[in-house]
Design a protein around this ligand. Sequence first.
Ligand code: 13P
Length: 243
Amino acid sequence: MPLVAGNWKMNGDVELAEKMQQTFGATSIENVDILICPPFPYLSSLSSDSFAKGAQNLSQFAKGAHTGEVSATMLAEVGCQYVLIGHSERRQDNGESDDVVALKVQAALENKIIPVLCVGETEAIRESGDFLKCIAAQLDKVIALVGITQFAHMVVAYEPVWAIGTGKTASPEQAQEVHKFIRQHLAGLNSEVAQGLRILYGGSVKAANAKELFSQPDIDGGLIGGASLDPQEFLNICLAAKS
Ligand code: 13P
């Protein structure tokens, strides 16, 4: 089943949380899993039978003297089923390395929270032609720490950095090329896990371009930033994922 996830980033408020619940509560969307990832303060109040909720980050540590951090057990306690890990904005703003990303994936898995592992290349790497190597390296650190079979309990999101918030969407063919590569790369280690893995595309997805992207064979849904802040637009994107 496709998965459509909304990443509010550092946006939204109590009012948006309420509107989301109303909009999604009034429409039943079958055969699409929906996930909303608001900032931490809105996690406990956001609750709906129509969508799952997830966090945008977690600590790699279990507990203790880590001021400002939030642990996997805390997220599980407020009903988070998913957590975004390794978003490019965290890699850029907070210096999260592939090693730290792998530790965060491990922390989520240990607490039965589904990691949405974000990978993607910068514009410079895309232009250098080495983008598939970059994606492989980002995946390999995680595989080395948690093992390929754990990908049965994970989601991967391909988010080319040059397409995030820029309005420059990857073409369906460009996205499909990388999604297919991700699946093949993992299939080299475990084909069953690779076949079952949901790989989301993120980067300037809107209702107007969602259907074409989601119809690609290796694109199993989307990770939506800006357009997930408008409940009706986000709903329309979710509807576009229905096969
Ligand atoms: P935009 O949809 O705003 O380009 O953001 C994508 C993203 O980063 C989702 O995590």
